[in-house]
Design a binder for this molecule. Structure first.
Ligand code: THU
Length: 160
C-alpha cells in the first residue's frame, strides 16, 4: 500500500475589480444572464458565460422542468450551446455566478459533478485547459486553471 496526495490550486479574489477587463466582462454577462434562469422549482438561479478563443462571449442559465431530471444546469446549457455553434473553437474561460432567489448568497458556488464532467470532456476534446471562475451572488471569487483541480481521478475516453 502507498498513500498518495492530490493537490489542487485555487486563487481567491476579493472582488471582480481585481480581474482583467475581459474576465470582468464575462462576469457582467454571467450576472446578467442569471436573471433569465428558469428556476421555478429550486428557486436557485445560475448564470454561466464562456469566453471563446475567437473573443466571443456566450451565456446561459439553468433551465428547470416539472420532470426534475429534464432540467439543465447553466454551465452545461452554455457549453453545449458554444460547442454546437462553434464545434472547432476552443473555450478559454467559464464564469459561474449562482445563488438562491430567496436570500443573498456570498459563498462561491462550485459547479456540480455532472458539469465538472462536461467541462472535463471539453478540456479533453479541445486539448487545452478551461479557466474556471465561480462565485455566489456577490462576495469572493474562486479561480482555478483547470477542472482537474475539482475533478481528480476523472473519467475520460481513454477508459473506453
Ligand atoms: N445548478 C446549476 O445550474 N449549476 C450547478 O453547477 C449546480 C446547480 C442548477 C440546477 C438547478 O436548476 C438548480 O441549480 C438547483 O440545483
Amino acid at each position: 500500500m502507498k498513500e498518495i496526495k492530490v493537490c489542487s490550486n485555487f486563487k481567491v479574489y476579493d472582488t471582480i475589480d481585481e480581474l482583467n477587463d475581459q474576465t470582468k466582462n464575462l462576469f457582467k454577462e454571467a450576472i446578467s444572464i442569471r436573471k433569465s434562469a428558469y428556476s421555478a422549482y429550486s428557486n436557485f438561479s445560475v448564470g454561466a458565460s464562456v469566453l471563446l478563443e475567437n473573443g466571443e462571449i456566450l451565456s446561459g442559465s439553468n433551465q428547470e422542468n416539472s420532470s426534475y431530471p429534464s432540467g439543465l444546469c447553466a454551465e452545461r446549457t452554455v457549453l453545449f450551446y458554444a460547442n454546437s455553434k462553434y464545434p472547432d473553437t476552443k473555450v478559454k474561460e467559464i464564469v459561474v455566478v449562482a445563488g438562491s432567489n430567496e436570500k443573498i448568497n456570498e459563498i462561491p458556488v462550485a459547479p456540480c459533478g455532472a458539469c465538472r464532467q462536461v467541462i472535463s470532456e471539453y478540456e479533453t476534446k479541445q486539448k487545452s485547459n478551461i479557466g474556471l471562475y465561480f462565485m455566489g451572488e456577490k462576495g469572493k471569487i474562486v479561480y482555478t486553471d483547470s477542472i482537474n483541480n475539482l475533478l481528480p481521478f476523472k473519467f475520460d475516453k481513454t477508459f473506453l
